[in-house]
Design a protein around this ligand. Structure first.
Ligand code: ZN
Ligand code: ZN
Length: 361
């Protein structure tokens, strides 16, 4: 099979030509990984027609050439990576070089502008716009990451007990993810119980789980660098009618969205698939965040599924679908699955098991 990194680099060169840039300084690490395979924590990549130079430091002197092979020339900067990049730029007088203005600090940009002969131009999200479209190897990694997260959840759910803390549940879930091969956690695992489930981005706390309340788990796995992102909400013991009604409303909205979403749709129209039915029942105010986000090497990437997004969802994107209803002081429900927008329609990468489960806790 052809190395996808070769076609990614040539696609990027096409984008640069369209922006009348002679090259791009790539400093966002997930972009560098996507273009070259380098997984280290410090590097800058200069990519231009006929040239792909990765500057990193001594810690990666053996790892970097191994990972990038002949896809980039590796330079080890003895002192400063940016200093070495500046010297490389000095070799390209008159060129118009873009830098990733959405990630470079003002200090580093000023430092680079001090170098004569090269015109540095702010250029945001060029690599990110290409990364939206996933190739089969990326989709497969995310499918595995979702399966791994589901297996970890299935192992932990029967062990959850009333009287233990949210932190205890999170620690067993994180251990189960690692045991099954997750490279790391794509974000801080959220375990939110009772009224804390009404906080969309709750931090896992030492709150003790009580009978009859919601338990919301938002977590994921990483496989070959690619993330999964899932949310499930359970009830600890008997379900009351209001819990059931809210849960079923979120469940049906989530199902409508994950089945109705299509490549080519505007981000706001995708968002409306779940938002409209929730708003019709009077809970529009209680669904205060957007429907979902792109997923890949980063857990939050383009495209956005949001009421404010006028951009069309590209075929090949992988996105989360995660509506929620949050009632302060009472509790909340969020259900999240990962969906690949294939040219033939949406394909669930996670299991979509969103039916209400009452834990025997
Ligand atoms: Zn999530
Ligand atoms: Zn998410």
């Amino acid at each position: 099979m052809d190395d996808p990194r070769v076609s990614r680099q040539s696609a990027l060169l096409g984008v640069l030509a369209g922006h009348e840039l002679d090259g791009l300084l790539v400093s966002h690490l997930p972009n560098i990984r996507w273009l070259t395979g380098f997984t280290g924590s410090a590097a800058i990549l200069l990519i231009a027609p006929g040239r792909c130079t990765l500057v990193t430091d001594f810690r990666y002197a053996s790892q970097a050439p191994q990972e990038v092979g002949d896809l980039a020339e590796v330079h080890i900067a003895p002192r400063s990576v940016w200093g070495r990049v500046s010297r490389l730029l000095a070799d390209t007088p008159g060129s118009r070089i873009g830098f990733e203005s959405h990630v470079v600090t003002v200090r580093d940009a000023d430092r680079l502008k001090g170098y004569l002969g090269t015109r540095l131009e702010p250029a945001a999200d060029l690599v990110e716009s290409l990364r939206m479209v996933k190739d089969p190897s990326e989709v497969e990694a995310m499918r595995e990451a979702a399966a791994l997260a589901q297996e970890a959840l299935a192992a932990v759910v029967p062990t959850i007990r009333v009287g233990e803390r949210e932190l205890d549940v999170a620690s067993r879930l994180e251990a189960a993810l690692r045991q099954r091969g997750s490279e790391w956690h794509p974000f801080e695992t959220i375990v939110a119980s009772g009224p804390r489930s009404a906080l969309p981005h709750a931090r896992t706390s030492d709150r003790v789980l009580e009978r009859g309340e919601f338990l919301l788990l938002d977590f994921g796995a990483i496989v070959r660098g690619y993330c999964s992102d899932l949310t499930r909400t359970f009830v600890l013991g008997p379900v009351d009618p209001r819990q059931r009604a809210i849960y079923e409303l979120v469940e049906s909205a989530q199902r409508l969205a994950r089945e109705g979403i299509r490549a080519g749709m505007l981000g706001r129209d995708a968002d409306a698939l779940a938002r409209d039915p929730i708003a019709e029942r009077g809970y529009g105010e209680a669904f205060g965040h957007s429907l979902g986000h792109g997923l890949g090497l980063e857990v939050h990437e383009a495209p956005r599924l949001a009421a404010t997004s006028e951009a069309a969802l590209p075929p090949g994107a992988v996105v989360t679908v995660e509506p929620g209803i949050y009632l302060p002081g009472w509790g909340g429900v969020r259900l999240e699955d990962d969906v690949w927008l294939s040219p033939d329609g949406p394909v669930l990468l996670s299991d979509g098991r969103t039916t209400l489960v009452q834990l025997d806790a």
